[in-house]
Structure formats: C-alpha cells, structure tokens
Design a protein. Sequence first.
Length: 222
Amino acid sequence: MMRLDSEPYRALKPLPDGWDLVVGVDTGTYMSAVFTAIPPGDVAQLIPIFEAPNYRYVTTEIELLGETVPEWARRVYSAFKYFCPGKERCKAWADPNTQFRAELAHYGLDLRPNYRGPELRVEIAREYLNAKEPQRVFLSPWLTVLPYEIENAKWPEETTASGKFMRLKRNDHSLDCFEHTASRRPRGRQIRKDKPPSFLQQHLAAHRWPGLNLADPHVGRI
C-alpha cells in the first residue's frame, strides 16, 4: 500500500483562499472517498483531486487491498487535513442508510446523509460530465480508479418505469462518491466584481480639471 507521504496529491499545496472542498464517501465492503475541489467563479466546475478506494482493478476484476476500516479512515482524514489544515472535522456526503456513520466519526469523518436518490445523482453527474462549452469536470492526472469507473459506467438501452435511465450498479464505488458531490451542485465563491462607473462618474473623470481637487457632497469629487 502506498505511503501517505508519497501519494501524488502531496505535490499540490493546500487549497488557496476562495476554493472549497466537497467530499463524497461510499461505505461497505468496498469503500472509497473522492475529494472534489470547487474553484471560485461564476461557472460551476468540479475538479476531483483525491481518491481513496480500499480496492483496485486487476484487468477488469475488482480486488480488495486488505486495508482495515481504521486504516482507510486515517488515510482519508490525513488527506483532508493536508488540503484543509484549518478544519478539524471532515464533513462528507454519503448514503442515508450507511452503517458506518458512528464508527467513522471516531476518526474525524462526519457523514452527512444525501437524500437525493440514485437516479437524480446519476442524472446530475452525467450533466456535468457531458458538458463541453464550458467544460465542467477536470480529472486530476494521478487519479486511476475514478476515471476507470467513469469510462466503464453502463446504462441500459431502455428506461425505467419513471422514464429515466438507471446506471447498472457494478464496480462504481468511487463513481458513487463523485455523484454524491455532483448531486449537491456545489458552487464556488463568487468573484467580487467592481460595479461599472455611472454616467456621472465617467463624465467627471473625462472632464476633470488638472490639479483641481474639490469635492461636492452631492456629486462627489470633481
């Protein structure tokens, strides 16, 4: 298993001011966590920067790494503290019926129930992934499991009774984490923009007398 101090995400610095981090977790026999960075700006973009599956793929077969739940939880929390050193608890979205909420809380991971159903999560995630102009999802180059699961996700040819396509549930634990994040439609912090100058301000700026520094409380500085 890869040592914490050698994981590739540590080439990054902690997230800069104005960026947010949203975490999705999938629990069970196969566990995973995906950290998604949300940059500031008017366009909602998702940048997955960290994945923590307790499994790997050998050709097309899934294989556990032999990692215990405490070992996995410490690895996830260590990465969270690296990106967000000022926060003590890692709040992550997960299925409402997870049985690991109390156990993971001992390791600094607080699982929040995501009541948005699987179909809605899949639909919103596909919306982000299929967006082209502008592109909405940017996968970090060191991720291996999440890109594999996105590439191999399967949808049936026919819709469900409600008229929606339901993704086949197979080898998708890290993808589930990403879908939890996407379903919340996280938005970056708005970039503060200066208001355009009014007509009066433009007129005064264009006709200001050189060296004159008088102020009128009603029209402002001349």
